[in-house]
Ligand binder design. Structure first.
Ligand code: CO
Length: 466
């Protein structure tokens, strides 16, 4: 019984997204890539999730350039990214033409595996991404998002996974983004998934509740094929379990991935050194958060609440208590981007207004009109009508109703565009990308101005093409 476990290293995506507010810069990734490449990881998760937005918004970096540079440094190991299905890397549905070009470009720049998820486990929102990934030569990892609710049972996860395999997925990810999947349930779930499916199963968790390592042990014994871990300085707390202890645990067993423990130590030592550059890492509390089990509210959502409730933190317990009610009203969406933000913001409004749904966010209205897909559980029709009146409720795949957006985006940034990737950055995050592209342009003018001075000194004729 048993076989070698494959491991995905998440340090350069989920690791710093979970612990350093997604702030790690490319220059701190490049020097360690050859060592990470030499370990023998199944893949390195290095792109997608919040990293794209963070590059443009906070780091003044081109995320496409980051990907190309990482690809240059990683010769042997597969590169992996996280894609929010039809939401690409944002918070709303994008038209199919943008999604298609985005995936094609990501694969062209070196992505091998795309983990595709939808917050509602609505496979229609993953369908196009799966199709394009396959066509472009990538490995499509269809994702089943794990949550706890009266409508989420093992049968739901199995049937969702089967549908994803039916759509052409090469493997399935069981994504426990809040770290609430209990070890013995994981054993049951993985056992049944393995029996029902012919493709590899990849499991993802966070150490938030403290159960992650135990959960992995049970999943491994039940036959899971691939697990996600991170280098020690970027592991534990709200991040993934650490690679070292798991590898040590598996050593000498049939599951032994055969990694060099010294190499893992050298990598950890490198990130320990890098850590001092990031003030965000000092705010991290790696102790176990029992609230995640009590309220199912993941760490990121809790810190959002603290921000939204500034000055009236005494309301936090009431907001936490409101979350399950809002979730129930909305048909139990799993709490993951973008539904976590939607449920969170509405819960805050309900508490601060002292009355439920006195004010309703546009996101909740659109959700109730069907623009995010089909909710996992039924929604009371009276409740729905009390919020959206007679408005039409759509039942088609939401992106069917979106007009193509690429040409329009291209026109909008014609003055700053250097490559097709710029258009995709703009389409994904218009304001943030526009600012980034404008700044880049200004820098170029400055360079040309310097060249101009240089040329004048040298007695050139002053013709300076930009
Ligand atoms: Co995660």
């Amino acid at each position: 019984m048993g076989r070698k476990i494959k491991i995905t290293d998440t340090t350069l995506r989920d690791g710093h997204q979970s612990l350093w507010a997604t702030r790690m810069r490319t220059e701190d990734m490049l020097p360690i890539l050859d060592k990470m490449d030499a370990v023998g990881f199944y893949s390195l998760e290095v792109w997608g999730g919040a990293t794209f937005d963070s590059c443009l918004r906070y780091l003044n970096e081109d995320p496409w350039e980051r990907l190309a540079l990482i690809r240059e440094g990683v010769k042997n190991t597969k590169l992996q990214m996280l894609l929010r299905g039809q939401n690409i890397l944002g918070y709303k549905h994008y038209p199919d033409d943008i999604l298609t070009r985005f995936i094609e470009k990501a694969i062209e720049h070196g992505i091998d595996i795309i983990r595709i998820f939808d917050a509602l486990n609505d496979v229609r929102n993953m369908q196009k991404a799966i199709e394009v990934t396959k066509r472009a030569g990538g490995i499509a990892e269809g994702t089943v998002v794990y949550t706890i609710s009266p409508v989420h049972d093992i049968a739901h996860y199995i049937s969702t996974a089967k549908e994803l395999v039916g759509l052409g997925c090469d493997q399935i990810c069981l994504k426990d983004m809040a770290g609430i999947l209990k070890p013995y349930l994981a054993k049951e779930l993985v056992t049944q998934m393995k029996a029902a499916l012919d493709v590899p199963i990849h499991i993802h968790t966070h150490m938030t509740s403290g159960m992650g390592n135990m959960m992995y042990m049970q999943a491994i014994e039940a036959g899971v094929d691939i697990i996600d871990t991170a280098s020690a300085p970027l592991a534990m707390g709200t991040s993934q379990p650490a690679t070292g202890p798991i590898v040590a645990t598996l050593e000498g067993t049939p599951y032994d991935p055969g990694f060099d423990a010294n190499l893992l130590s050298e990598i950890a030592e490198y990130f320990e050194g890098v850590k001092v550059k990031y003030p965000e890492s000092k705010l991290v509390d790696k102790s176990v958060d029992i609230n995640v089990l009590k309220y199912q509210v993941p760490g990121g959502m809790l810190s959002n609440f603290r921000k939204q409730l500034e000055g009236q933190l005494d309301k936090l317990p009431a907001v936490l208590a409101e979350v399950p009610q809002v979730r129930k009203d909305l048909g139990y969406p799993p709490l993951v981007t973008p539904s976590s933000q939607m449920v969170g913001a509405q819960s805050v409004l309900n508490v601060l207004n002292g009355e439920r749904y006195k004010m309703v966010t546009n996101e909740v209205k659109n959700y109730l009109k069907g623009y995010y897909g089909t909710p996992p559980g039924a929604i009371e029709e009276d409740f729905r009508r009390s919020i959206i009146g007679d408005a039409e409720v759509i039942t088609v795949r939401p992106a069917e109703l979106l007009e193509p957006g690429f040409e329009e985006a291209k026109k909008a940034i014609a003055d700053y565009m250097e490559k097709e990737e710029d258009v995709l950055s703009y389409a994904a995050f218009p304001q943030v990308a526009e600012k980034f592209l404008k700044q880049r342009q200004t820098k170029k003018y400055k360079v040309n101005f310097e060249t101009l001075e240089q040329n004048e000194k040298e007695g050139n004729d002053g013709v300076h093409p930009i």
